[in-house]
Design a protein around this ligand. Structure first.
Ligand code: AMP
Ligand code: GLY
Length: 416
């Protein structure tokens, strides 16, 4: 029986652990650092996701057969390179390949070189030059992206020149982000969606399309968050458009990365937009999306160990099979999120929920389940179509009680 180490502590990692726990090949799962929900399926180990040397020591000691890496911070810290050098099979991209996410400029240059459709852009390291460019164009909104990992805070859509000036000062002059570059790009319009695929060099295995809900309140109001819910499938992308995006975006980037000497060996996440001029790339991530993974991965019929292990070791796979059920997932978040919030508030009733609950930020103390983050639980239901799954999840979610949790009431509204 195989021993697997999963790195990370969110809902995405709970989804990965849940998928692996259903594999008859898997005997034991460790998760570093994990959370209270993951602890029901895996042995949680108190090692930080970026403590690469400690994680390697642990993997060696336990004779791990496979390591699956969730968060981008661990990938960007080079965990895959270190495990590979130690000849431990690891699912995730090398540090160099992770630049597709960790450097906006790298991603934009790659797309320009290989004609992958995306917004036109320029990049700047100098504040005065950047401001001169913004003034000379004077088209608003304009999109400013910090060139580096910025925990979701690196993109500003400036509506006016003073807003652009303020954001550029923060990114290029102030101390908030550290020294770096800024990509300034055209503002695109249209519905956004997520297209994830398992990628091993030239081999690309697509996952079902999904959509995230970034704003905190119903009707897509309020500040951006890490994602308040997700669903699959998407009625507004036709099978032809999906095939087009697979070939011209995901496969094109997989091939380009091989050509550049930085092949992909994990998940490629395309954050795409359906504009009036066709589907274009908004961003790439080098990992599973969160919360999209929580609605997509439970639909995978193919054995998860087989899939992760094949990508990690470069073995070809047959087609990956997916259940065709509609799935809706609703995030329960701490009141105040994405701003300041309280932790340690008791949650009851989750055992009564008929469906799947994946934990995003929870802890157990003296047998009581407590909130332990901004996004706390993802409540998931399957159905024969989106409205069926939506109805189920909103009926069941009422069984969960906590005085400090709230959720959006309209997840999947774009699909109805
Ligand atoms: P990113 O971190 O690149 O995904 O950007 C965060 C969010 O900013 C995206 O999900 C979009 O909603 C928005 N955004 C980024 N780039 C553009 C663009 N070129 N045009 C319009 N919106 C954008
Ligand atoms: N759901 C967006 C992300 O994972 O970046």
């Amino acid at each position: 029986m195989k021993k697997v180490l999963v790195i990370g502590s969110g809902g995405r990692e709970h989804a990965i652990v849940f998928a692996l726990s259903r594999s008859p090949q898997v005997g034991h799962i460790y998760c570093a650092p994990g959370n209270a929900g993951i602890a029901q399926l895996a042995e949680c180990v108190a090692i930080k996701d970026t403590a690469v040397d400690q994680l390697l020591d642990f993997a060696r000691k336990k004779q791990i057969d496979l390591c699956v890496v969730g968060p981008e911070a661990a990938l960007a810290a080079g965990i895959v390179d270190v495990f590979r050098a130690a000849e431990i099979p690891v699912f995730g991209h090398s540090k160099a390949a992770t630049q597709i996410e960790s450097s906006k400029e790298f991603a934009k240059q790659l797309m320009a070189k290989y004609s992958v459709p995306t917004a036109a852009y320029r990049s700047f390291a100098d504040y005065e030059e950047a401001m001169q460019y913004v003034r000379s164009r004077s088209t608003y909104p304009t999109v400013l992206k910090y060139d580096g990992l910025a925990a979701g805070k690196g993109v500003v859509i400036a509506q006016t020149e003073p807003e652009a000036e303020h954001a550029l000062k923060d990114m290029l002059v102030g101390e908030a982000f550290g020294k770096g570059k800024v990509v300034i790009e055209d503002y695109l319009q249209g519905p956004e969606f997520s297209f994830m695929a398992f990628v091993d060099h030239h081999r690309v295995y697509p996952m079902p399309l999904s959509q995230d809900h970034k704003r905190v309140f119903d009707g897509d109001k309020g500040p951006n968050t890490g994602g308040m819910g997700a669903y699959t499938p998407l009625p507004f992308i036709s099978p032809e458009e999906e095939q087009w995006a697979l070939k011209n975006i995901l496969q094109a980037v997989a091939d380009a990365m091989v050509n550049e000497g930085t092949p992909l060996t994990g998940v490629l996440y395309g954050g795409l937009m359906k504009t009036k001029d066709g589907i274009k790339v908004i961003e790439f991530n080098a990992r599973f999306g969160d919360p999209e993974t929580e609605v997509v991965l439970p639909l995978m019929e193919t054995d998860a160990y087989t899939v992760f292990h094949a990508i990690a070791t470069g073995e070809p796979l047959d087609t990956i099979h997916w259940r065709k059920e509609a799935t809706v997932g609703v995030v329960m978040a701490s009141c105040g999120y994405p701003g300041a919030y309280e932790k340690g508030v008791e949650i009851t009733g989750i055992d009564a929920f008929d469906g799947l609950i994946l934990h995003m930020g929870t802890a157990i103390k003296e047998g009581r389940l407590l909130t332990n983050g901004g996004r706390v639980l993802m409540c998931i239901a399957h159905g024969k179509d989106i409205s069926d799954a939506q109805r189920k999840v909103y009926t069941e979610i009422k069984k969960i009680h906590c005085t400090n949790l709230f959720y959006r009431k309209d997840i999947a509204h774009w699909a109805l």
